[in-house]
Design a protein around this ligand. Structure first.
Ligand code: CAA
Length: 247
């Protein structure tokens, strides 16, 4: 099957996971639309990717803003046609003990990690339904499946993401669309490396595989779920955490 005709949108493309997801989908033959928020970082990233031989199409939008996402999706539709694969990967942390958590840190994390999924799904879903094809992959977290001290906001968003996955999956399953969640454990991205080394090392000691995950290992699972051959998998939540949380 000629995958060249498939268009993929990856949100938060310039981050650690996003970069490898874009590379893997490009290697698989997709037209890759890379969403970013901050122009300066994105320009440097795009230059680096181009030097490495990757051809990504860059699209700015704040995924927590409904209208901003709508404008981006409209432009992508004009440029490349309907989006076939949406990877909701954008996310932030604002960790802190709940007793000190500010309303701003709650709103920011829920906006970027959960409302963003509503925004992006809502804008791509009707064209996918019209085309009777779609793959939506929501990048959640092991910390949406278990507890992590200091992450009430993040855990709520990441658990909520799978709530969207399950219901949207059954609403669209008869139309050739699959919606799934991937819940990565600790992967050596900037986000994880921002955790204080003594806390991070303790967490790594609790991972049975004995190491953090690789970004390419998460991208491999995205590639699998994005495939047209994964048509019989709606509404699943794939744990990929080195055995840190087995249930
Ligand atoms: N367990 C139990 N108690 C803890 C604790 C812990 N892990 N950490 C702190 N405490 C206690 C402190 O002793 C303190 O107690 P008292 O009030 O009695 O003195 C209280 O909780 C508050 O402590 P702090 O002032 O240190 O709390 P803080 O608001 O600064 O936050 C923290 C601490 C920064 C959240 C720290 O616990 C931490 O870094 N935790 C790890 C968070 C984490 O794993 N984040 C993952 C980011 S990457 C990611 O999210 C990607 C992914 O999907 C996996």
């Amino acid at each position: 099957m000629d995958k060249k005709k498939y268009v993929a949108l990856v949100t938060g493309a310039t981050g650690g996971l996003g970069t490898h997801i874009c590379k893997r989908l490009s290697d698989d033959g997709y037209i890759v639309c890379a969403n970013y928020r901050t122009k300066e970082k994105a320009d440097a990233w795009h230059r680096k990717m181009t030097e490495e031989g990757y051809h990504f199409h860059m699209y700015q939008a704040d995924v927590s803003d409904y209208d901003s996402v709508g404008a981006m999706v409209g432009t992508i539709h004009n440029d490349h046609g309907t989006i076939d694969v949406l990877v909701n990967n954008a996310g932030i942390t604002k960790d802190g003990a709940f007793k000190k958590m500010s309303r701003d840190n709650w709103d920011a994390v829920i906006g970027a990690n959960l409302t963003s999924v509503f925004n992006c799904c809502r804008h791509v879903i009707n064209p996918m339904l019209d085309k009777s094809y779609g793959r939506i992959i929501n990048i959640s977290s092991v910390n949406g499946q278990r507890a992590q001290f200091g992450q009430v906001n993040y855990a709520a968003a990441k658990a909520g993401m799978h709530g969207i996955t399950k219901t949207l999956a059954i609403e669209t399953a008869s139309k050739g669309i699959t919606v799934n969640t991937i819940s990565p454990g600790y992967v050596a991205t900037d986000m994880v490396m921002a955790v204080a080394p003594e806390i991070r090392n303790k967490i790594i000691e609790g991972i049975p595989v004995g190491r953090m995950g690789g970004t390419e290992e998460i991208a491999h699972l995205v590639s699998f779920l994005a495939s047209p051959h994964s048509a019989f998998i709606p509404g699943a939540n794939y744990a990929i955490n080195g055995g840190q949380h087995v249930f």
